[in-house]
Design a protein around this ligand. Structure first.
Ligand code: GDP
Length: 369
């Protein structure tokens, strides 16, 4: 019979196999813990020693259970999304799970948007998309987990909308929820010692509770992996290249019809038909853009993916999904959005196509800028 061991911090069952899942503890730490009688999972260990929470991801079933519990609480739900991958950050069916609880929709990573972008346009767009998904947020705002001064707006909004209730922070992985929570922990002087981790009754979910002034809590919940995010197709190093870290510098291209742009080897944009006009790329400054003729684009990609067109790296090409094509007929100024990567603004009417790795969405939206 194999014996299960529980973390004394959060009660989760300890496992040593999968780093990204709940209860992970390295073997060495487990042995040491067994000697002293104090076994912590890595997440609780880090929280205790570095005041830092760590990503964990849940299975779909566990996540559904977590969402179901939310509906039974009287709380403010803060849903964190990545403004760079809005569709990839939506939690399917969230509106059904939250019951009557208000939802505050928070778009993270505002620091990487170019200054020329009107914030109000973006929040308006987020609101419309949320409505389409059935979600009626009480408020939509932008923040940055990396810019402490942006955080105060968020904290004020939370205070305004929670009306004396607990706050649950939910989001899929990679939206920056851990970074945000860590920033909140850092800014809340003196709360570090008070942080507890505990779990939802009847489940294996741990959560982190940050005490609020009135005795209520802000509760961080684990994220679910959203498989349609670009992030899941890339190695850690490539993710650094693709995920913008600094304010994006727009790059403008004058294209004739029948020309193609490659965004590294990750995505492709074809200008199929229309007058010569400008196209503006908003992607991480580290993603190299290459221009070629449309008729040669297939062969160009086959020859150069993993080489001139990176990421993916040469050794990753074999496992990298093929690019899938989405065609769009453009009537007004439009953004062609490559989920998680960025977008290209089409300024004049015409026909274009966007290509992304199979599983990753290419969408259109009314131009934000
Ligand atoms: P989680 O899975 O939602 O907890 O996401 P993480 O906190 O691990 O963040 C995912 C990635 O986004 C990391 O590379 C972070 O450095 C980055 N990130 C998080 N917040 C921000 C932000 O406000 N701005 C920028 N530029 N990057 C961020």
């Amino acid at each position: 019979m194999t014996e299960t061991i529980q973390c004394i911090g959060c009660g989760v069952t300890i496992q040593t196999e999968n780093k990204d899942e709940l209860g992970y503890t390295p073997n060495a730490a487990l042995e040491k813990g067994l000697e002293t009688g104090e076994v912590y999972c890595q997440r609780c260990f880090r929280l205790r020693h570095y005041n830092e929470i760590q990503d964990v991801s849940l299975t779909d079933d566990d996540f559904l259970r977590l969402l179901n519990e939310l509906g039974q609480k009287d709380a403010l739900i803060v849903n964190v999304v990545d403004i760079f991958d809005f569709n990839g950050s939506l939690i399917p069916g969230l509106h059904r799970f939250v019951g009557n609880n208000p939802v505050l929709l928070v778009g993270n990573k505002v620091d990487i948007l170019p200054k020329s972008l009107k914030k109000s346009k973006l929040t308006q767009w987020m609101r419309e998309r949320a409505h389409e998904a059935g979600l009626r947020p009480v408020d939509v705002l932008l923040t940055s987990a990396k810019k402490p001064h942006e955080l105060s707006t968020l904290l004020d909004a939370i205070e305004e909308h929670r009306k004396g209730r607990d706050v649950y922070v939910v989001g899929v992985t990679n939206v920056g929820k851990s970074t945000l929570i860590n920033q909140i922990i850092r800014q809340s002087a003196g709360v570090q010692e008070l942080i507890t981790t505990s779990r939802f009754p009847g489940t294996t979910l741990d959560k982190i509770e940050i005490p609020l002034e009135d005795g209520r809590f802000l509760i961080d919940t684990p994220g679910i992996i959203h498989r349609h995010q670009m992030a899941h197709y890339l190695g850690k190093k490539d993710l650094k290249i693709v995920a913008p870290h600094k304010e994006i510098k727009p790059k403008a291209y004058q294209l004739n019809s029948a020309q193609t742009l490659f965004l590294g080897g990750l995505a492709r944009f074809d200008f199929i038909q229309g007058e010569r006009s400008s196209f503006i790329a908003y992607v991480s400054n580290d993603v190299e853009i290459h221009r070629t003729k449309l008729e040669k684009a297939d062969a160009f990609y086959d020859k150069h993916v993993g080489g001139l067109l990176q990421p993916p790296r040469a050794e990753e090409v074999a496992a990298f999904p093929e690019l899938v094509r989405f065609e769009f007929s453009i009537k007004e100024k439009t953004d062609i959005v490559f989920a998680g990567l960025g977008w290209i603004t089409v300024t004049q009417p015409g026909v274009v196509a966007g290509w992304a790795p199979k599983g990753v969405d290419v969408l259109r939206r009314k131009a934000l800028i």
